[in-house]
Ligand binder design. Structure first.
Ligand SMILES: NC(=O)c1ccc[n+]([C@@H]2O[C@H](COP(=O)([O-])OP(=O)(O)OC[C@H]3O[C@@H](n4cnc5c(N)ncnc54)[C@H](OP(=O)(O)O)[C@@H]3O)[C@@H](O)[C@H]2O)c1
Length: 437
């Protein structure tokens, strides 16, 4: 157990880092700008400090602090940021205690033809992070002073409905078209916020002094795919449009627009091998399509992680239905059904009783059924009738193979009764209804 001073503890990444530190038994001392207490965050203690005013940090790293994770963003003034490192790291000198600094993959610049670049690649920062490599070097220089200094460079962070992907969702909603920026083939290295938080825990617990780690789960996700998924999360089933960087600059400013348009392929393999990091949460496209960016109405169960996990599992079953239908995978489709007398009434009112009837029908109709068009399935409402029995309302929309909505075809409203047995949710009964107008 360590007592960890965490800057940026109220933020997107900091909230997840807090949760994961606490989950494995560490204590978080949050450095916050405001003295206002924030109950419910899981912090052990709160100290006030402002990274725009390095003098305010004097005394934050008391002798009881056994580790520092610095997540608050740069101020824009290199001298101020160097002074912040000095203020936070100096009290650790000679202790071999960890100091983990958060940088980001943008310090690598465009990675060009190179695939999955590693931590040894020289930095070539874009303007928004221009002096950050300098701060990294300043942090790592603390190794010579007896600090276990470590740098983590996250990719584009997603999950918990937040981060930069949430901007894609908002823009799709506002514009009625999913957008992405720069050129058509642009790719982002990505990481789930909870996977990243586990990397911070691993880094603070066991990274060697002077090491740099890419916090990257997927090395190069086509942003066009992210934009399409963001459109889906926003309820906008339209083809993604690429917005030239100059035009994006009018919305986001030139620095952030350049960052959004940055094409990168970055490897997170080193942390997996050397730190035993196992980023295993859904990928960015899946998370946008069927995860936290599209909230579901939930009834009949208390708010909390258990219900969240059950809803996530139920959404995965419905995603499985969608995948199986879209790709005409008969066995995969059948695998979502419970074996005990399942019943399925199709959108045309044909009732199929028992697994055999469902199987015979599916083998006959599914192959070839998606030749011209297919459908997307979004969970809209989950009612837990019991903790292991759920009534699930789904919205089914006809789409072309490129994911765009076919407007002159009716939607469906599938309704599933799902049952959890032996840890797995399966469809016990299903009914589809075509929406008449
Ligand atoms: N999100 C990403 O995709 C991503 C990717 C790579 C790297 N990063 C880096 O990761 C770090 C955290 O990012 P994030 O996405 O979690 O950001 P965020 O949600 O904006 O959170 C920023 C946090 O820093 C705190 N903070 C801001 N200015 C401060 C100041 N002057 N003094 C003290 N605390 C201050 C904020 O506290 P308040 O509650 O007081 O505002 C908040 O807790 C940043 O350094 C960012 O550059 C992020």
């Amino acid at each position: 157990m360590m007592k960890v001073l965490l800057t940026g503890a109220t933020g997107y990444i900091g909230s997840a880092v807090t949760d994961h530190l606490v989950a494995v038994g560490h204590q978080v001392v949050a450095l916050t700008r405001s003295a206002e207490p924030q109950p419910g965050r899981g912090w052990h203690a709160q100290v006030v400090g402002d990274t725009a005013d390095p003098a305010s940090l004097a005394g934050a790293v008391t002798p009881e602090i056994e580790a520092v994770i610095h997540l608050a963003p740069p101020s824009g003034d290199v001298d101020v940021d160097i002074a912040v490192i000095e203020a936070l790291a100096a009290p650790l000198r000679g202790t071999r205690r960890p100091f983990v600094y958060t940088s980001g993959v943008w310090v690598l610049g465009a990675t060009g033809d190179a695939q999955e670049v590693g931590e040894e690649t020289p930095t070539d920062p874009i303007d928004i992070v221009g002096y950050r490599p300098h701060i990294e070097r300043r942090v790592l220089a603390e190794v010579a002073e007896g600090v276990r200094a470590v740098v983590v460079r996250p990719g584009i962070v997603y999950g918990r409905g937040g981060g930069i992907p949430a901007i894609l969702v908002d823009r799709a909603r506002q514009q009625g078209t999913p957008e992405y920026y720069g050129v058509e083939g642009v790719r982002w290295p990505t990481v789930h916020v909870d996977d990243l938080a586990e990397l911070f825990v691993a880094a603070v617990e066991r990274a060697e002094p002077g090491t740099v780690w890419h916090g990257v789960g997927e090395s190069a996700v086509p942003v066009r795919d992210l934009a399409r998924a963001a459109g889906r999360a926003a309820g906008v089933l339209a083809a993604p449009q690429v917005v030239p960087v100059e035009q994006a600059a009018e919305v986001f400013g030139p620095l952030f627009a350049e960052a959004l348009a940055l094409d990168q392929s970055v490897s997170g393999a080193a942390a997996r091998t050397a730190l035993g990091w196992q980023p295993g949460r859904p990928g960015a496209v899946a998370e946008l399509t069927t995860g936290s960016y599209r909230p579901v109405e939930v009834f009949g169960a208390p708010e909390g992680p258990e219900t969240d996990a059950a809803v996530a599992a139920i959404r995965r079953v419905v995603a499985e239905v969608e995948q199986a239908q879209q790709n005409e995978l008969v066995d995969r489709f059948l695998s979502v059904f419970r074996r005990q007398e399942p019943v399925w009434t199709t959108g045309h009112g044909k009732r199929l009783s028992g697994f055999e009837e469902i199987e015979t029908f599916t083998r006959k109709v599914l192959p070839g059924a998606m030749a011209e068009s297919t459908a997307v399935y979004d969970v809209e409402r989950v009612l837990f009738l019991k903790p292991d029995v759920a009534a699930v309302n789904v919205r089914q929309q006809p789409v072309r193979h490129d994911g765009t909505r076919i407007t002159d075809r009716p939607e469906g409203r599938p309704f599933y009764i799902l049952v959890k047995e032996d840890g797995t949710w399966r469809v016990g009964a299903a009914q589809n209804t075509v929406v008449a107008d």
